[in-house]
Design a protein around this ligand. Structure first.
Ligand code: GLN
Length: 489
C-alpha cells in the first residue's frame, strides 16, 4: 500500500494525509503484540484502511475537505475508527472528499479534485475522469491499491457513485446500523458511514466489525439481524427491476450492464420481475430540499468563534467576524447549499418547500415498503409488532399496490454513466450544479428511505471504463444484500 501511495498519490490526490511511518510501525507492532498475547489474529489485524476526511481520528486531521476545518484535530476517534483499531486495522491516512460531503464528483474540495485511477496517470491532463463524490478519495485509494478498504460517508450516494466510477464495491448500510458518532454531520437524517473495498466479502468483513449499536449515537438502531449464510445459488429469491429507474440519459453501457446483471441473476436461479416505484422522480427534488435544510442548520456552528476558520481580515460593521469567517472558510458549493437550506426553512417557505419535501420522502419510502416482501422492521416496531429483520410478512404477499409481485431485493444501475471527464465538470456548461444533482437519481431514493444499497462493478463501457449495478434491500436486510452481492461480482 505504501508503495502504491508513493507511486500514484501525488497524481491522484486520493489521500490528503498519510499516517507517519512511526505511527504505522507502532500500529503494526500493537497488532503483533495482540496476536502474541491472544495467540490468534483478529479479522483485521495489520490490514491498512483509509478514512474519509469527515470521520474523526485523534492522530490525523479531520478537515471535511474544507478550509473551515483546516488542521482540525479531533480529541476522539469516531466509534467506527475505534472499532477498526480495536480489531487490529491500521489507519493509513485520510481521504479527499467534496467539502462537507456536498457533491458527486469530488471536485468541490479545498484540497483539489481527485483523479480517477482507472486512467493512467500520464493521461490525466488529456483524459482525466472524476473519481465520483463525495467519497472520491476513499474510492480512488481502494482502486489504486493504497489500502485494503476505506470508510466513506453516504448521504445521497457519496459511497456508491465513487465506487461505480472507479470500479470498486461500495456499500451504504441501513441508516442507523453504523455509528455516526464522530462522523461530521451534513444532513443528519440521511448520513450513513459506508464501506469501500475491491470485493464484496472484504466489505462484509469490515461491515461485520462495525455494525453494532452505539449509545453515543442517538440514532443508532439496535436491530436483531438474521445472519444470512453464504449462498450457493439464488433459487427462491425474487428480484425486482424498478421501471422508473429507466431514466432518460442512461448510457448504453449502463443499460447493457443492468440487463446483463438481470440475466445473470436469473441464470443463478432468481426470479427477476419488473416492479414499479412510482415516486422515484420525486426523490431528487425532495432530497435537494431536505439535505440543504439540514446542512444549513448543521453548519451554523462554523462561525469562527465556536468552531472553524476565523478571519483575520480587518473588521467593521459591514463585515462582521461571523460573515467574513464563513465567506472565507466555505467553498462555493457549500455556500450555495446553506443559502438554499436557509431559504426553504424560512417561515414563509417552510410549508411550500420543506413540508412538501418531507411528504414526498414518505411517499418514496412507502413505494419501497409496497414492493418488498419483508416488512420494514421500523414500521413493525411502531405498530407494536416485534418482527425482526429477515422475517416475511404473510399478510403482504397479496398485492394491494398495483405491484403484482413482492420481491426480496431490487436491481438498478449504480450510476447513469461511466465516470465523466474532469475537464467537463470543471469548465463546461454541461455540468452545471443542477446537472451534478441529477446524476444522483440512481442513489438518492434508497437514502431517503434509509435502505441498504450495494454498488458492484459489472462490465465496462466502450472505452474500458467501469460501469455497474446496485442491489437494494428492505431496511435492516443488509446481510442478504451482501450475500447476493458476493454472487453477482
Ligand atoms: N451528491 C449528493 C449531495 O451533494 C450526495 C452527497 C453525499 O452522499 N454526501 O448532496
Amino acid at each position: 500500500c505504501l508503495d502504491a501511495i508513493s507511486a500514484r498519490n501525488s497524481n491522484i490526490n486520493a489521500l490528503i494525509h498519510v499516517a507517519s511511518t512511526t505511527d504505522l510501525r507502532a500500529n503494526a507492532t500493537a497488532a503483533e503484540e495482540r496476536w502474541k498475547t491472544h495467540n490468534q489474529r483478529g479479522p483485521l489485524d495489520g490490514i491498512p484502511i483509509a478514512i474519509k476526511h469527515n470521520i474523526c481520528t485523534r492522530d490525523l486531521a479531520t478537515t471535511c475537505g474544507s478550509k473551515m476545518l483546516e488542521g482540525f484535530l479531533s480529541p476522539n476517534d469516531a466509534t467506527v475508527v475505534k472499532l477498526l483499531r480495536d480489531r487490529g486495522a491500521i489507519i493509513v491516512g485520510k481521504t479527499n472528499m467534496d467539502e462537507f460531503g456536498m457533491g458527486s464528483a469530488n471536485i468541490h474540495s479545498f484540497h483539489g479534485p481527485t483523479q480517477n485511477p482507472v486512467i493512467p496517470d500520464a493521461d490525466h491532463e488529456s483524459n482525466g475522469r472524476v473519481a465520483g463524490g463525495s467519497s472520491g478519495g476513499s474510492a480512488a485509494a481502494v482502486a489504486a491499491g493504497m489500502c485494503f478498504a476505506a470508510l466513506g460517508s453516504d448521504t445521497g450516494g457519496s459511497v456508491r457513485t465513487p465506487a461505480a466510477y472507479t470500479g470498486v464495491v461500495g456499500f451504504k448500510p441501513s441508516y442507523g446500523r453504523l455509528s455516526r458518532f464522530g462522523l461530521v454531520s451534513y444532513a443528519s437524517s440521511l448520513d450513513t458511514v459506508g464501506i469501500l473495498a475491491r470485493r464484496v466479502p472484504d466489505v462484509k468483513l469490515v461491515y461485520d466489525t462495525l455494525a453494532h449499536y452505539d449509545e453515543l449515537d442517538s440514532t443508532s438502531v439496535a436491530l436483531k439481524s438474521t445472519p444470512v449464510p453464504p449462498l450457493e445459488d439464488l433459487t427462491g429469491l425474487r428480484i425486482g427491476v424498478p421501471q422508473e429507474y429507466h431514466v432518460e440519459g442512461l448510457s448504453e453501457a449502463v443499460l447493457e450492464s443492468w440487463s446483463a446483471a438481470a440475466d445473470f441473476l436469473a441464470s443463478r436461479g432468481a426470479t427477476v420481475v419488473p416492479v414499479s416505484l412510482p415516486h422515484t422522480q420525486q426523490a431528487i427534488p425532495a432530497y435537494y430540499v431536505i439535505a440543504p435544510a439540514e446542512a444549513s442548520s448543521n453548519l451554523a456552528k462554523y462561525d469562527g468563534v465556536r468552531y472553524g476558520h476565523r478571519s483575520s481580515a480587518p473588521r467593521d460593521q459591514a463585515a462582521p467576524l461571523y460573515a467574513t469567517s464563513r465567506t472565507e472558510g466555505f467553498g462555493a458549493e457549500v455556500l450555495r447549499r446553506i443559502m438554499l437550506g436557509t431559504f426553504v426553512l424560512q417561515a414563509n417557505s417552510y410549508t411550500s418547500y420543506y413540508q412538501q419535501a418531507q411528504k414526498l420522502r414518505r411517499l418514496v419510502q412507502r413505494d419501497f415498503d409496497n414492493v418488498f416482501a419483508m416488512t420494514n422492521p421500523l414500521h413493525a416496531a411502531a405498530t407494536g409488532n416485534t418482527t425482526s429483520a429477515g422475517q416475511q410478512d404473510p399478510s403482504r404477499s397479496s398485492a394491494g399496490s398495483g405491484n403484482t409481485h413482492k420481491v426480496d431485493l431490487l436491481l438498478t444501475p449504480s450510476a447513469t454513466s461511466a465516470a465523466p471527464r474532469v475537464a467537463d465538470y470543471m469548465t463546461s456548461s454541461s455540468q452545471t450544479p443542477v446537472n451534478e444533482c441529477i446524476n444522483d437519481v440512481m442513489t438518492v431514493p434508497a437514502s431517503l428511505a434509509g435502505l441498504p444499497a450495494l454498488a458492484i462493478p459489472f462490465g465496462h463501457d466502450a472505452e474500458g471504463l467501469p460501469v455497474g449495478i446496485q442491489l437494494l434491500g428492505q431496511y435492516g436486510d443488509d446481510q442478504r444484500v451482501l450475500a447476493v452481492g458476493s454472487i453477482v461480482e
